[in-house]
Design a protein around this ligand. Structure first.
Ligand code: AR6
Length: 170
């Protein structure tokens, strides 16, 4: 797998799968989740509702991932994952790594060759950026895939791009 970091808006990238930093309720939110639903249109939310009905308690456990199609986005699918909320007192890094590994597993199962990730949990969920980047790179490198050839981290700020570049070279 080829791993790279770029600065950009994940709703605009031409890849097979865009990963959404969603929440267990799966019905949208702010940040990258809001941007994906706004740009992709209502079909994504309609599919999320259908997926949600099949989940126990109607909730996606943190660290797990589910797929929908991508509406009007250039991507073919959106893989929705719910990251952990940063805690200074509990080490939830395994849950964060699981978001990447499970998203890749779902993407690979769809036959995706290119997958774009945002910095999961590093926005509203408050995960420190440099560690979020480190966990992301460790997790993606640990994943075994059959079809995925390229993983692109699409970062919204220069600071986030620098953190991922450091994690990729460190
Ligand atoms: N493209 C790429 N990255 C983006 C974009 C974009 N269009 N928009 C924001 N980011 P966040 P989280 C960056 O808050 O921390 C939602 O309400 C952002 O700068 O989107 O996992 C969900 O519904 C940050 O670096 O996700 C959940 O409730 C990164 O994406 C909660 O927020 C992730 O920030 C999830 O919080």
């Amino acid at each position: 797998m080829d791993l790279r970091a770029v600065r950009g808006d994940i709703t605009q990238v031409d890849v097979d799968v865009v990963v959404n930093a969603a929440n267990p309720g799966l019905l949208g939110g702010g940040g990258v989740d809001g941007a994906i639903h706004a740009a992709g249109g209502p079909s994504i939310l309609a599919e999320c509702r259908a997926v949600k009905e099949r989940l126990p308690g109607g909730r996606l456990p943190r660290g797990q991932a589910v797929a929908t199609t991508a509406g009007r986005l250039p991507a073919r699918w959106v893989v929705h994952t719910a990251g952990p909320i940063w805690s200074a007192s509990r080490d939830l890094s395994e849950v964060l790594r699981s978001c990447y590994v499970e998203s890749l597993r779902v993407a690979d199962g769809l036959g995706a060759r290119t997958v774009a990730f945002p910095a999961i949990s590093a926005g509203i969920y408050g995960w420190p950026l440099s560690d979020a980047a480190r966990q992301a790179v460790i997790a993606v490198r640990s994943a075994s895939v059959e079809h995925v050839q390229e993983v692109r981290f699409v970062l919204f700020s220069d600071e986030a791009l620098a953190a991922f570049e450091a994690a990729l070279t460190g």
